[in-house]
Design a protein around this ligand. Sequence first.
Ligand SMILES: NC(=O)c1ccc[n+]([C@@H]2O[C@H](COP(=O)([O-])OP(=O)(O)OC[C@H]3O[C@@H](n4cnc5c(N)ncnc54)[C@H](OP(=O)(O)O)[C@@H]3O)[C@@H](O)[C@H]2O)c1
Length: 323
Amino acid sequence: MKTYRWGILGLGNIAHKFVQDLQTVENAELYAVGSRSQNKADKFAKEYNASKAYGSYEELIQDPNIDVVYIATPHVFHKVNTISVLNSGKAVLCEKAFAMNQNEVEEMIRTAQDNQVFLMEALWTNFMPTIKTLKDFQEKNTYGNIKHIQAEFCFKAPFDPKKRLFNPKLGGGALLDIGIYPVYLALKLLGKPNHISAESKLSTTGVDLETKMSFEYENGVKADLFCSFDQTKENFAFIEFEKAKVELGPRFHETDKLSIITSNNTIEKDFNYQAKGYHFEIAHVQDCLDQGLTESPLMPFEFSLELIKTLDEIRAIAGLDYE
Ligand SMILES: NC(=O)c1ccc[n+]([C@@H]2O[C@H](COP(=O)([O-])OP(=O)(O)OC[C@H]3O[C@@H](n4cnc5c(N)ncnc54)[C@H](OP(=O)(O)O)[C@@H]3O)[C@@H](O)[C@H]2O)c1
């Protein structure tokens, strides 16, 4: 198996967590980091022992020794950053939300296809053992069909109109940042809904402070989803099958714990991994590259497109607009 040399583009909060997990993955080397600031790049490279520290994204992109770049910039820059890296012939793992809207995601996918280079949305939850377990229950019909999903992701975010979470110019707002996880879960388990209703409460900056969504499917199946920057919650997901209720959480999007509650008993599963959970998506990207794939079978373009189309639809219904 080849050792993959990773480059990190954008050295904010998530880049730190990601590289800590990267260092636990076999055949993954943190090779280079790129920031708009040379000082920041030097400090980050020293902290995590990266070989190269670049004071611009362009220098990182032009380094021929990098195999794959992880993009961890604000949402509005995902398209331009991804396309620049793909055009340099390197594989890309780009943070969620993949981009600001469907058109942008389509352009990114076209660029990957034109260059015959690997591209994947870094929706880390998709690679967790909890999600695999839920899909297995569905595929094996262990507890019958799903009747209802309830999922939320809420935390009290300190208000700062200039920073990423509240700034519309950086693609802020609860829906794109954290609402994407409950939406992802509903799409993963139930697919595209027949009907969506959505309502947002806006922050003074114009991005959504909270968004409440309801997805309706055939036979009365429903998903009730919620996200908020205005209150901290436990962030469970409850998946109600015909013969059991499965609870994921707290913080369903990253938990290693799952409970299965039936009329007879409760089974607790603890996958008990030591890393934060980014190692699953990192290992998957390397597996894809080993196989010469340009698209992930677990997070295919079709799913990322369905996800961004659904987010676009929710925005249209809830009246969320970006320039
Ligand atoms: N998977 C997860 O668990 C998870 C968790 C949190 C966030 N995320 C996603 O990761 C991405 C980044 O989030 P984050 O929380 O790490 O954000 P952040 O702390 O604000 O960092 C973003 C980085 O992007 C770069 N950047 C480039 N242009 C910028 C601009 N005009 N203003 C501000 N920063 C700019 C900066 O890096 P340099 O200064 O080094 O250039 C900055 O440090 C988002 O897509 C977010 O949704 C994912």
